[in-house]
Design a protein around this ligand. Sequence first.
Ligand code: SAH
Ligand code: DHB
Ligand code: MG
Length: 221
Amino acid sequence: MGRELWSAVDGYICDLLVAPDQALDAALERSDTAGLPQINVAPNQGKLLHLIARIHGARRILEIGTLGGYSTIWLARALPPDGQLITLEVEPKHAEVAQSNIERAGLAGVVTIRLGRAADTLAELKAQGSDPFDLVFIDADKTSGADYFSSALDLTRSGSVIIVDNVVRAGAVIDATSDDPAVQGTRRLNDVMAAEQRVSVTEVQTVGIKGYDGFALALVL
Ligand code: SAH
Ligand code: DHB
Ligand code: MG
């Protein structure tokens, strides 16, 4: 029982329930060709994000960590025609690949990529008096998750949803003595979420083609 079986089951689930899609498949292929790391969410996870956004009726979505725009496309497709998704990315090459993938998906009208360190672009959004986001997906560097979560709280309203990817790190998250900065960053994030009275949070472990990890789901009270 391990990664091989998890992948086989993900294959089974995706074959059954996640229809092949030209824009999404092309986004992965072009990201790959451009040499981007394959650290996008899995197709069934992308569809989960999409469904949560639809269930929530999200009209404004913020994403932190664009990569090639794979999760961006899943999320943006949940929006109504007048909806908006802002996605933050620090690597110009990632943003360039994402922009073309988003255009090919016909979503350029609803998606804006903001290039820069998320710490800076989040501060800009706040300074610009951005309308609150209904849903935030945090999926950038794992060292700054606690800061991104606090910024996300400032950019949301009561009833908003915040989802964080990669909160389990193959179980390494329970190792308080880990010298992996990503693990320490995730532990700081978890401590901040646990102590934050303005949210109700849970986390769920996941296995599949992307290995063993997990999502946090927070409701802003
Ligand atoms: N959400 C994407 C995957 C994102 S991977 C998907 O599932 O398809 C993480 C991304 O965060 C990478 O593209 C990386 O360049 C970006 N990133 C890392 N540090 C960042 C920072 N400080 N500010 C903004 N983006 C950052
Ligand atoms: C990594 C980042 C991710 O967002 C992810 O889902 C998996 C792995 C990484 O940086 O290794
Ligand atoms: Mg991730």
